[in-house]
Design a binder for this molecule. Structure first.
Ligand code: NAD
Ligand code: GLY
Length: 359
């Protein structure tokens, strides 16, 4: 088992990473001194696969367990279903010292964290991420939230879990396209922070795609270490944390422009990272050879490296300028300088951006 700590003073917590560790969660949670009632939040897909093992482990450790299921899908990540979770917690009579457990991918994790931050002004929660994206990104760092018709993740809070319990063997049941979305985020960590990690992605693609446990464990723990370091320096994204959005500004715009149903988040981020790399090249910030390497790795993992042929560039540009990270209308781009290092660039001129996106 590997352990990564997110250092946030009295709100610090551990991310425990291992293979086949789900059955150990009860014993681990018992050490926290939570009240005895625990509610596990999940969806029917994930609960059907891993619900029993979690419920048994919690019961064996002396917890009284209940579960609340939300239908499977991003379209249910909304205020209505969070309210449903909150109502169930009230019905189950959870008190302020109780803990709830998020068992699932980023959708369940974001909604559970959101509900935990609201219930009785905040109760404890534990993340048990079961997608690669959730294991390397969404379960760590305390961004919680739900979608609104006006935009993705528009309603939310910063609220840290007490523990992240990551069992990499759950990835064996995950669809390949979901796995690739997680790979896009790992590529992101390589580009923004760690050239060595990027090299491993280049050199060991086949073993990684075969889910070789040692390698997956390394990729998940290294990604968590990087995210933990960034978050512990800038929890509320007043500066450094913005680098975690590399590829996301253009990626989110692609998702919005295409109506959210055409491209998966990871695919959109992949296109966004390649476009940002080309923008960096066009602005003379990064050498072409490095932009080529980023594009090659993205393609090698079966992710799209080009913007969709039929995308409306003007609409895309208007969504980019409306990005929720833009402050006072000023666009901010995370641009690589080399593999393993990025800068936060403000004031990118529209003609250069447009020309790059049209290429
Ligand atoms: P998801 O939660 O929808 O999971 C994807 C699919 O995989 C679902 O159908 C789910 O039921 C299924 N699944 C999950 N684990 C499985 C397993 N082990 N075996 C088989 N099937 C499994 O999607 P996701 O990609 O995990 O998360 C996307 C969400 O995460 C988005 O809502 C995004 O906004 C959010 N997110 C949040 C942060 C953050 O910092 N909070 C960061 C990145 C993304
Ligand atoms: N996924 C970006 C962040 O957590 O800040």
């Amino acid at each position: 088992m590997e352990k990564v700590t997110v250092g946030l003073g009295e709100r610090s917590y551990d991310i425990v990473i291992g293979g086949g560790i789900l059955s150990g969660i009860g014993e681990s949670m018992a050490r926290f001194g939570f009240s005895p009632t625990v509610t596990v939040i999940s969806n029917p897909t994930v609960f059907g696969l891993y619900g029993n093992i979690i419920m048994r482990s919690l019961a064996d450790a002396g917890f009284r367990c209940t579960s609340t299921l939300v239908p499977d899908g991003e379209e249910y990540k909304d205020y209505f279903w969070s309210y449903h979770i909150l109502s169930d917690l009230l019905k189950n009579r959870l008190d302020r010292n109780c803990c709830i457990v998020a068992l699932g991918g980023g959708v369940i994790g974001d909604m559970t964290g959101f509900a935990a931050s609201l219930y009785m002004r905040g109760i404890h929660f534990v993340q048990v991420p079961t997608t690669l994206l959730a294991q390397v990104d969404s379960s760590v760092g305390g961004k919680t939230g739900v979608n609104h018709p006006a935009g993705k993740n528009m309603i939310g809070t910063f609220y840290q879990p007490r523990l992240v319990w990551t069992d990499i063997s759950t990835l064996r049941t995950l669809a390949k396209k979901e796995l690739l979305c997680g790979m896009a985020e790992i590529i992101k960590y390589g580009v923004i922070w760690d050239a060595g990690l990027f090299n491993i992605l280049e050199e060991k693609r086949e073993m990684i795609m075969d889910l070789e446990p040692g390698l997956i464990s390394y990729l998940v723990s290294r990604s968590c270490e990087i995210k933990a370091e960034v978050v512990s320096k800038d929890e509320r994204e007043s500066g450094l944390r913005a680098i975690l959005n590399f590829g996301h500004t253009i990626g989110h715009a692609v998702e919005t422009e295409s109506g959210y149903s055409k491209y998966m988040h990871g695919e959109a981020v992949a296109m966004g990272m390649c476009a940002a790399a080309r923008l960096s090249e066009a602005l003379g910030i990064m050498e072409k050879a490095n932009a080529d390497r980023i594009e090659s790795v993205v393609s090698a993992y079966g992710l799209p490296h080009e913007l969709p042929k039929n995308v409306n560039i003007d609409r895309l540009l208007s969504f980019i300028s409306m990005d929720k990270k833009a402050v006072a209308g000023e666009m901010k781009f995370i641009l690589p300088r080399s593999i393993g290092s990025v800068i936060i660039q403000k004031g990118v001129d529209m003609p250069t951006l447009k020309r790059t996106l049209e290429l």
